[in-house]
Design a protein around this ligand. Sequence first.
Ligand SMILES: [Zn+2]
Length: 314
Amino acid sequence: MAKTAYFQDAAFQRHTMGPLHPESPMRLEAISKRLELSGILKDLRQVKAVEANAHQLELAHSIHHIQYLRDVSPASGEFPIDGDTTMMPHTLEAALLAAGSATQAVDCVFGKGASWGDRGIKRAFCAVRPPGHHAEREQAMGFCYFNNVAIAALHALETCKIKRVAILDFDVHNGNGTIDIFKDDPRVMVCSSFEHPLYPYKYVSVNRDNIICTPLEAHTTSRMFRRAVERSWLHRLQTFKPELIIISAGFDAHTLDPLASLNLETDDYRWVTDMIVDVARVYSEGRIVSCLEGGYHLEALAASVEAHLTALMQ
Ligand SMILES: [Zn+2]
């Protein structure tokens, strides 16, 4: 069994955009309850998050974007950024901790820093809110403020003496923010599977060697998903040979999810994670950092995270 770190923080629960918003604190509650009941939580090395620092944020975002979020962060009340992304009093703290979890997770799987005490951890899951993959270099959007996986990838390239990182995004929405940040950076390969057409309606046919978009029609089944991902990702990953794999782990392609119309089952998250673990074993010494993105049906989300973690821990 691969030693696996699990990053969390009570502050993630304090970020709330109102009782009707699907990106709610109940998501993390559902996940932690499920992992506790199944007994998985006790097998994970639980780590409390620390905030990302300004330098880490600036790896992926402009100084202007970072300052803007600090400026509009309200002491009380709310500041709407777009129709479904709002700065609330605890949003900035949670967003800084989410990005910080991702960079700490990178340090952890590279055995840097003594704070985990336990060397030999090759996998990490960041149970974070807010998610990050829609956040572009200059723009918060789609419930996302800082791009957690992009910051983690650039932190790894800067500090871990590696040259190639792959970001694999199986959230039902296109990882537009991650693609925006890496479209001209061949050190990072971004593979994104997503329902099309669906929010954010961007980057469906980007023609770059390091950007692999896998659009899927509504009602795509497990079998179709598996075939599409295998065909479009596997060979490219084998050619690219990533030295670290980062996952944008969104679970909203599940058939029960209310925000989209793909028909994935819980077991598909075990399958896709198994595939990623196989690639990591060959090319990246087993190193995988996974960050929570979407997933809005509480039971399906919790069960899918359990399936993902079970595979990740193998
Ligand atoms: Zn999503």
